[in-house]
Design a protein around this ligand. Structure first.
Ligand SMILES: [Ca+2]
Ligand SMILES: [Ca+2]
Ligand SMILES: [Ca+2]
Length: 207
């Protein structure tokens, strides 16, 4: 099982992101993860600091370098166009985030002062593949995915979800957090958050 996270940095949080953090705080005792080194592909998903399927923009910089596969088979957060030949409109390789109405959302972002528009999107494929309770896409189990864009507080914009108490810390019990709106240092601002959970070699559930 591969949990794939991308948390650019560290201050706060719309409801979905808050829920995710609370989830991991509460259940971290039975969650495991792995360091993957530099740019790599895990379970056919590019873990390499670009967000596009069909692209591996950054080479592996491990010493010695670990060769990457062909980018033409790799999934990522967002799909690319044109998709690969012969995919019957399925937009392979896949973006795991739902890009429905992307142009309208882009217009909302650019039409909002300071591009300060927040929204959440979920997984692009949601129909379970019988007998599995989740989609199986090209042999990979897609359990869930979320992309969240939070407000920014740069250049006079106001983030609507920041710590309002001087003693608030991420590691504190969230029930003690004082939430507020305002400005925070740019390098402390959470803006884009991505989470995806997928599996390899899914086995059909048994009674
Ligand atoms: Ca990537
Ligand atoms: Ca990629
Ligand atoms: Ca923010």
């Amino acid at each position: 099982m591969y949990p794939i996270f991308a948390f650019p940095c560290c201050r706060l949080l719309s409801p979905v992101r808050l829920l995710l953090l609370v989830f991991f705080f509460l259940f971290s005792f039975n969650v495991s993860a792995q360091l993957v080194g530099d740019a790599t592909v895990k379970a056919n998903f590019g873990v390499e600091a670009d967000v596009y399927a069909n692209v591996l923009q950054f080479p592996n910089a491990d010493v010695p370098p670990i060769p990457l596969p062909s980018p033409l088979i790799t999934d990522d957060w967002f799909g690319t166009t044109p998709s690969l030949p012969g995919d019957s409109g399925l937009n392979k390789p896949y973006g795991v985030i739902d890009q429905t109405n992307a142009a309208a959302i882009e217009a909302l972002i650019t039409g909002t002062p300071g591009n300060n528009y927040a929204f959440d999107k979920r997984q692009s494929v949601t129909t379970p593949t019988f007998p599995f309770p989740f989609p199986v896409v090209d042999g990979y189990l897609w359990i869930d995915a979320v992309y969240g864009r939070d407000h920014n507080s740069a250049q006079g914009s106001s983030d609507l979800s920041i710590f309002g108490g001087s003693g608030d810390k991420n590691s504190d019990n969230p029930s003690t957090w004082v939430l507020s709106t305002g400005s925070i240092p740019q390098k402390d601002d959470i803006i884009d958050v991505y989470v995806h959970l997928r599996g390899i070699g899914p086995k059909a559930p048994t009674a």
